[in-house]
Design a protein around this ligand. Structure first.
Ligand code: C2E
Ligand code: CA
Ligand code: CA
Ligand code: CA
Length: 276
């Protein structure tokens, strides 16, 4: 383990990455990675209560950096956003995820939907058109696609954003609000939002045991969602206690390490294809 640790610190080149190997150079690496097709996608299953086969899946982006190893999306997505690269990267993610979904279908793995994360700044005046083009190119049924956006974007009230979302909704693409509960949504506003799924943020799932304040928040979100006819996904489910609690609260969908880690497309197929 020591050996590995030493290797790893050499691999990460901490002094390099913190000083000389600056933000600029990481941005250049991002650009190169796009051109060289270095990005990878992994897929995490979502299960309906008491079902053993996943019906939905969330797409998550991975960047295996040649020198620094795997870099967290928490680190490189913000950089992709500020540099504008997120536009191209985001469309690559979307196209690749849709292609994977179709490949799975060909191989006998049929899912209800595939979810893809979308950054706020991706939603400009031509977003709907770009998405439509990909779906059209691939002959992809828009109803198989769900786009995860953050609460703050959904609630921003920016006309352009609302317009783009409505355009896609009218085509059949679904929207979910990611990390729900961490923003400042007013309940009355949610009713008028073109979303069909709320994803309870994992910070509320972590300490969800009875009588915690997180329990009360999760309960309130689930009750509200139900009364508005929305589905609820709990993310970050890691143990039996959390599952039991969420079941009792009537949460529709569960996602987390307790059920499955994010897997490559091939691994996902091997693990979940029951028709083989
Ligand atoms: P997110 O959308 O909230 O994704 C959930 C994160 O929780 C993922 O981290 C996932 O691997 C992790 N996770 C899954 N199950 C568990 C669990 O049981 N416990 C815990 N503690 N964590 C769990 P990941 O893959 O590192 O992604 C981090 C964030 O990066 C995502 O958060 C999302 O905001 C962003 N991201 C990832 N892929 C994309 C992408 O393609 N486009 C954009 N715009 N953002 C992305
Ligand atoms: Ca997400
Ligand atoms: Ca989330
Ligand atoms: Ca998150």
């Amino acid at each position: 383990a020591k050996e590995l640790g030493r290797n790893r610190s050499w691999m990460y080149q901490p002094e390099l990455s913190r000083n000389m190997h600056s933000r600029m150079s990481l941005e250049k690496d991002l650009r190169d990675a796009l051109v060289q097709n270095d990005f990878r996608l992994v897929y995490q299953p979502q299960f309906r209560q008491n079902e053993s086969n996943p019906l939905r899946v969330e797409t998550l982006l991975r960047w295996p950096h040649p020198l620094r190893g795997l870099i967290s999306p928490h680190e490189f997505i913000p950089l992709a956003e500020t540099s504008g690269l997120i536009m191209e990267l985001g469309l690559w993610v979307l196209r690749s995820a849709c292609e994977q979904f179709l490949a799975w279908r060909d191989q006998g793995l049929t899912l209800e939907k595939i979810a893809v994360n979308v950054s706020a700044i991706q939603i400009n005046g031509s977003f709907a058109e770009s998405v439509a083009k990909i779906l059209d190119d691939l002959n992809f049924n828009p109803q198989w696609l769900e786009l995860e956006v953050t609460e703050s974007l959904m609630m921003s009230g920016i006309t352009e954003v609302t317009q783009q979302i409505h355009l896609l909704r009218n085509m059949g693409v679904e929207f979910s609000i990611d990390d729900f509960g961490t923003g400042y949504s007013s309940l009355s506003k949610i009713k008028s939002m073109p979303v069909s799924v709320l994803k309870i943020d994992q910070s509320f799932v972590r300490d969800i045991s009875d009588e915690s304040s997180d329990y009360e928040i999760a309960r309130a979100i689930i009750m509200m969602a139900k009364s508005l006819g929305l589905s609820v996904v709990a993310e970050g489910v890691e143990n039996q206690i959390q599952e039991d609690t969420l079941h009792r609260l009537g949460c529709d969908w569960l996602q987390g390490y307790f059920y499955g880690n994010p897997l490559s497309g091939e691994e996902f197929l091997t693990k979940y294809n029951t028709n083989q």
